[in-house]
Design a protein around this ligand. Sequence first.
Ligand code: CA
Length: 230
Amino acid sequence: MRILLVEDDKDLSRQLKAALSDAGYAVDHAADGEEAQFLGETEPYDAVILDIGLPKVDGVTVLERWRRGNVATPVLILTARGTWSEKVAGFDAGADDYLTKPFHTEELLARLRALLRRSAGHSTPSLSVGCLRLDPRAARVNVKGEPLRLTSLEYRLLHYLMMHQGRVISRTELVEHLYDQDFDRDSNTVEVFIGRLRKKIGPDRIDTVRGLGYRLTAPADELKDTEGGA
Ligand code: CA
């Protein structure tokens, strides 16, 4: 999952970027409205955290422009305390959620998880595919109850595949959602990570659909006994 963080306060940006990375997200940062608008229009983020008070172009205007340009990415706005009108303007511009400063990082992470979950059409906090389970709250994965050790990139890759389980996802899409903009992106590395992930989660879970991409599904023998598992 790849996030755009738009915040002009240096200390807060540093702190949030670190917390988001630790939670397993690829993070791009923009410090003003102009850069934010450009990145939001050109990069396929899974969610945006958008401060309202920004240099150059304010957050509400950025959001209005995105929505007018059909950018449908879920957006959580950060508003200053005591400015209820910012919230109203933000929601009217197309925000999906908000937080008032100052806030606890844990609350931001929880709201972000809920936002990502809702936008991908999932209602439960943890994701399951057959006996494979991923809990974004703890960034933990297990297969048949056995915990797996994944690197942060393997985790990010699996999280994205599980969010979009059953759908064929191209290598390009994976690259765009796994790495931040500063990363040297090479779609061949995706194949390497898929190979490593298959070794860890079992070979029958990630199908290669020739010329199209990858699809995560449950092995046939796990389908019937795990349906509806939380
Ligand atoms: Ca600000």
